[in-house]
Each structure stands twice: as structure tokens, then as C-alpha cells.
Write a protein of this length. Structure first.
Lengths: 432, 170
């Protein structure tokens, strides 16, 4: 083969290799068996270029695939330096992203073209958002702590208050406090079916959406309870009923005693004016076909006893009178102390005639059996008023009328005793 | 003249001393000083010794830089890196970027683009940023308390566009 032929062959080989490169394919290294030194040097450089291009291509493909840890081209491959720079920046961005992912927003990108602004803006926004979220979380934590503390306090309160607390939903008890559990256990042992708990559960079925308070007497326990019922939202869209049940038995006793104290006269043990009026009003409101007689009584000579013998003797005088009077009062007849020496006697199912007879009997008894230990045997004046079925007068008017009759009676008694003037000048006890 | 170790304050009051010219100067002046010094050191002590001396200089500089520019109480690693990046940029040493950092395993790979020492140099056979190697090692030593081996694995001087350093704590 002459030199021209060899050159022609080499040209052909290079032409084929370059054509491969131009269509994106890295050809195999060029090999020639015979050539002069300069041609061999050229082929060696060309083959080195092919190696660099091959490295470059596979490095670029790895980067395109996101493989940032791929093997970098050899140091002598200067063509690869921009790609290595790119790899470095991508690794830096990747590291920055991982820093952001773990909450480090102090990182920023510098001098990386469009990435810099968009990345740093993203960090700024995310940081701002995180700051807002942290504030919100802190607020929620604070509220949750406060709520938890409140719940804790509420729980302690509910468990320790002496009241029974029940929360009922759809007839089922969904909450009960310690006191409720204790009562339920006691009732279960007694095998009681009619008690405060059964009452509450049955009451709850009939009385929904109400907020009331009322008293209930538990016969099985012989205890009074006050029940406060409130309906409240449960789980956002459903209602439940809460019952707070306090044992008010002792309060009831106290209330009864106070009521008695407020309506009864301490000296005589009789009802007082308030009691007399209330009983009279009740009798009038329930007035049936039976007769009622109202008697207004004035105890004679009380002032005289007080003045001559002192108020203690006056008190004994009053007590002697009332004790002896009430002995004659049977069921349906009630004596109350209306004032100092004034008394009101209400006699149900008693006609005027029967009432008059009774008063005469009492008067005669007093005269026939003088009292011992007090200056005078008690005597009295009275006004007897029958209350008819068609009565239209109210209690005050009836009492006024009976009082007027009593006054007339007293005057008559005074006239009949005119010849026997009291040496102390006490002509009319009522007026004096 | 007695020896006195270098301290940051030995840099003097630059703002007072350079009222008009200011604290900055062309990179070329810096490189003039660096490369001529390297030239003399290489001629006198050989290439390897010269590199060691320059690396040691960088280590002292990095330590003082950390103590006077970076250091603060309770500095987390993330905040340390962030602060370091900003400081390197502020002092126009280059653009520091972290490629990976595993402080638990004491492995950090970082790059410095537009490095003050080498960016724009002609391609040579070897990396030239020995001063940077020492500088980074000094900073890491001050922050972590342990020694670090810092090696430049890519350099502008070897044909790359950024300088890449691999730091491994001992």
C-alpha cells in the first residue's frame, strides 16, 4: 500500500468517526496499523478526545438522571469542568433543600442565577410560614395547657363535690362522678328500683332540652334532693343532659323549722298572725259546703296583770288562758295568737250555734275552775262570725268584722258589770 | 526581636489607616503577595515544605477568622455553616457552598467558587489552594475542637470551575 492509499484509508476512518460523533454516537477508538509518527500522534489525541467525550456524555446523563454522586470525569478532562461546576451547584442545592427540610432556614443561595432569587424567596416564605405556625402552635399549646388544667380542676371538683353529677345521653349514663357511683352502688345493694337515679333516667327520657331546677323526695332513701337539669351541646352536633343533684334533706329540715319559727308564737306554741292569716286564706280558697266559724278573741285584763304583777305574770296569764282554751278544740279547730291579747280561732265544719256553745263551755270552765298561781282566772271577750258559702269578703275584712263583733261583746260585758266598777279604774281592758 | 504569635488585632485599625482608600484592594495585589511569597518559599525550602508553611499560615488565619468573625455562644452547626457562608462572602474570599455535611461522622464536602487564590489561573498539574486548606481546617478546628484534614480535590488550577474541598475530622 503506497502512502497515498494509507492517507486515503486514514481519512476514511476519521470521516466515519466524525460522522458518528455528529449523530451523537461516540465511536470506538481509531486504530491504524501503519502510519507515520505525526499521524499516530494525531490519532492518539483524537482517541483521547473520544475518551473525554465519552466521560462527558455519561457524566451528563448521570446528572440528567439526578445522580449527583456519579463518578466525575478525569482531572485532565477540562471539557467536563462546567458540568462538574453544575454538579457542585446541584449538590449544594440538594444539601440546602435537606437543611430546609429539617427546619434550617438560615441558608441562602448565592450567585446561582435564577435559582438564587426563587430559592431564597421560597426559604423566606417557608420561614415566615413556619414562624406563623410556631406562634399558632404556641398559642394552641398555651390554650391546651390551660384547658388541660381546667379539665383537671373540673375533674377534681366533680369527683369531690358532695353532689351527684350525672350526664345522660339517649337514656344512657355517659358520666357519673364518685358520689353518683357510691349512691348507685348502695341502691344496687338495696335492690331499689324507685330511687333518685331511676327517677332521673326516666325523667330524662320525657324532658329533653329543658333547663330546670326542682326538688325530689326519694322514698327509698327518705332523702330530699334538689335536681338542677341543663341541656348542653355534646360532640358538636348532639345534645346531652347534665343533672347536678344535691342532697337537701338537712336544708329541708332547717327550712321546715324556720317556717315553723316564723309562723308560730314562742310563748304559747300557737300559730301567730302570719300563720292564722295563711290558714284562713287556705280555708277560704277550699271553702266547700260545710260551715266555717271565725272567732276573734280578746283576753280580758292582760294590761292589768302586766301593770300590777309584771310582764312575766302577764305571760303566765296568757299561757294559762291558751292552754285551757285549746283543750276544748278538736280536729278542724285552730287557735292562733293574733297580737298581744288577741287571738283568732277558726273552726271548720262548725256552725255558729255549735261554735257559740263551745265558747260558752270554755267560758264556764274558766269560771268554774279558778286558776292557781296567777292573779286572775282568765276571761275573754269574743266576736263570732259565721263564714257563709257565698262569702265575698277577703280574710282581712272577715277578721275586721269579727274584731268589731268582739268589741261589741266586750261593751256588753262592760255594761252588765257597770255596777261593779273596778277600783283601779280599768274599765275596758281592750282600750287600755 | 522577640516572637509574638499573630493575633487578629495585629491587622491594625484599617478604617483609620485607610481613610480614603478603604479596607479593600484588588485581588491581584493579594495574589502578588501570595505567589511571590510562595515562590520564595519554594525556592528556599522546596515545594512540599512551601505548601506546608502556606497551609499552616492558612490554619492560623482560619483560627483567627473564626474567633473574631464567626464565634458566638451556643452556635448550632446549621447556624455555624450559615454564618460561615455569609462571612466568606462578606470578606470576598469566595462563594462557599456546602455539598454535604455530616457533623456526626465529621465528613464535610464544600466548594468555593470564585476563590480568591486560584480562580482564573492557568491550568496546571496540581491544586494550588493550600492556604484555603489550612484556612478551612483552622475554622473547623476552632468550632469542633478536633483536628481536621482538609484536602482540595478539585481546583480551578486543575481545570475545574470551582474549588472542592473534602474535610475529614480526626
Amino acid at each position: 500500500m503506497n502512502q497515498n492509499d494509507i492517507k486515503s484509508d486514514i481519512s476514511l476512518i476519521f470521516d466515519q468517526a466524525l460522522n458518528s460523533l455528529l449523530v451523537g454516537r461516540i465511536p470506538d477508538p481509531v486504530k491504524v496499523e501503519t502510519a507515520d509518527t505525526s499521524v499516530l500522534a494525531l490519532i492518539e489525541k483524537f482517541n483521547s478526545l473520544l475518551v473525554y467525550l465519552k466521560e462527558l456524555r455519561s457524566f451528563a446523563i448521570a446528572l440528567a438522571d439526578g445522580n449527583l454522586e456519579s463518578e466525575t470525569p478525569s482531572r485532565k478532562n477540562f471539557l467536563a469542568s462546567p458540568l462538574k461546576d453544575l454538579q457542585s451547584k446541584m449538590r449544594h442545592i440538594s444539601w440546602q433543600a435537606s437543611q430546609v427540610a429539617k427546619g434550617d432556614f438560615t441558608q441562602t443561595l448565592d450567585f446561582m442565577g435564577e435559582y438564587t432569587n426563587s430559592f431564597n424567596e421560597m426559604i423566606s416564605k417557608v420561614s415566615e410560614r413556619e414562624s406563623t405556625l410556631k406562634s399558632e402552635l404556641m398559642r394552641i399549646d398555651t390554650e391546651r395547657d390551660a384547658l388541660s388544667q381546667s379539665q383537671h380542676i373540673l375533674s377534681i371538683m366533680l369527683e369531690n363535690i358532695p353532689d351527684i353529677v350525672l350526664v345522660i345521653k339517649d337514656g344512657d349514663i355517659i358520666f357519673e362522678n364518685a358520689r353518683a357511683r357510691s349512691i348507685m352502688l348502695q341502691l344496687e345493694k338495696k335492690n331499689s328500683t324507685d330511687n333518685i337515679i331511676t327517677f332521673i333516667t326516666s325523667y330524662n327520657k320525657k324532658n329533653l332540652n329543658t333547663n330546670v331546677g326542682f326538688d325530689y323526695y326519694d322514698k327509698s332513701q327518705k332523702r330530699w334532693f334538689h335536681i338542677a337539669h341543663s341541656n348542653f351541646m355534646w360532640n358538636d352536633d348532639q345534645y346531652a343532659d347534665m343533672f347536678v343533684i344535691g342532697d337537701i334533706t338537712e336544708s329541708k329540715k332547717i327550712e321546715k323549722r324556720l317556717k315553723k319559727d316564723s309562723e308560730y308564737d314562742m310563748l304559747t306554741g300557737l300559730g301567730n298572725r302570719k300563720h292564722g292569716l295563711r290558714i284562713l286564706k287556705e280555708a277560704l280558697s277550699q271553702h266547700g259546703s260545710y260551715p266555717i266559724s271565725l272567732c276573734f278573741i280578746d283576753l280580758d285584763k292582760l294590761k292589768k296583770v302586766n301593770d300590777l304583777h309584771g310582764h312575766a305574770a302577764g305571760d303566765e296569764y296568757i299561757k294559762e288562758f291558751t292552754n285551757r282554751f285549746v283543750k276544748f278544740l278538736d280536729r278542724g279547730k285552730l287557735m292562733t295568737r293574733f297580737g298581744g291579747d288577741e287571738f283568732l280561732v277558726m273552726m271548720r265544719r262548725t256552725s255558729k250555734v255549735v261554735a257559740k256553745r263551745l265558747l260558752d263551755t270554755i267560758e264556764n270552765d274558766l269560771l268554774a275552775n279558778p286558776s292557781i298561781g296567777i292573779p286572775f282566772t282568765p276571761q275573754f271577750s269574743y266576736g263570732l262570725l259565721p263564714i257563709e258559702k257565698d262569702n265575698t269578703l277577703d280574710s282581712e275584712a272577715l277578721i275586721e268584722k269579727a274584731d268589731s263583733l268582739m268589741y261589741s261583746h266586750k261593751k256588753r260585758k262592760k255594761s252588765s258589770a257597770e255596777s261593779n266598777i273596778d277600783p283601779d279604774g280599768y274599765e275596758d281592758d281592750r282600750l287600755t | 526581636m522577640s516572637y509574638k504569635p499573630f493575633e487578629w488585632k495585629d491587622l491594625g485599625d484599617i478604617s483609620t489607616g485607610r481613610t480614603n482608600l478603604g479596607p479593600e484592594m484588588p485581588v491581584a495585589v493579594y495574589r502578588l503577595f501570595e505567589f511571590t511569597t510562595k515562590d520564595v518559599l519554594t525556592r528556599r525550602y522546596g515545594a512540599e515544605t512551601a505548601k506546608e508553611i502556606i497551609r499552616e499560615c492558612g490554619f492560623i488565619a482560619g483560627s483567627e477568622f473564626y474567633k473574631n468573625v464567626i464565634q458566638e455562644d451556643n452556635l448550632t452547626f446549621d447556624n455555624f455553616i450559615s454564618k460561615l457562608q455569609k462571612a466568606i462572602l462578606q470578606y470576598k474570599i469566595g462563594v462557599l457552598r456546602i455539598e454535604s455535611a455530616d457533623i456526626a461522622r465529621k465528613r464535610i464536602t464544600l466548594t468555593v467558587a470564585e476563590d480568591i487564590d486560584c480562580s482564573g489561573l492557568d491550568v496546571a498539574d496540581e491544586a494550588v489552594c493550600n492556604y484555603d486548606e489550612g484556612f478551612i481546617a483552622g475554622i473547623l478546628k476552632c468550632y469542633t475542637g478536633c483536628d481536621w484534614d482538609v484536602l482540595e480535590i478539585d481546583c480551578w488550577a486543575t481545570g475545574d470551575r470551582v474549588c472542592r474541598f473534602k474535610a475529614i475530622g480526626r
